[in-house]
Design a protein around this ligand. Sequence first.
Ligand SMILES: [Zn+2]
Ligand SMILES: [Zn+2]
Length: 113
Amino acid sequence: MKQSDVAKIVAAIGILAVAAFLVSRSFRSDPADEETTWRICGNADCRNEFSYTRAQARQAARENKEIACPKCGSTESAIAYVCEQCKRLTLAGVHASIPKACSHCKAPFPLPK
Ligand SMILES: [Zn+2]
Ligand SMILES: [Zn+2]
């Protein structure tokens, strides 16, 4: 192999490394990662309301962990949706479906724009 060929291969590897770095960086800053999910703790003595981002959920899945209540540590929590009108949480329906209306102020979900 000629010296110039080696230089070309080294340059190609360098470009690939930079490309991989850029792709992984843009993947990390995916706006969907900032999407938050709300949950209400299933522990009757706790009922804590907490949220986490999609990035945190993925991190937990990677570590084979379930999303736990930050207050009592229970993993028995239920998905809930925030009411845009009163900002309170309503538990999701079956299969985490969006509820038809807020259980507090009765505003329809999603709130018409
Ligand atoms: Zn809890
Ligand atoms: Zn409401």
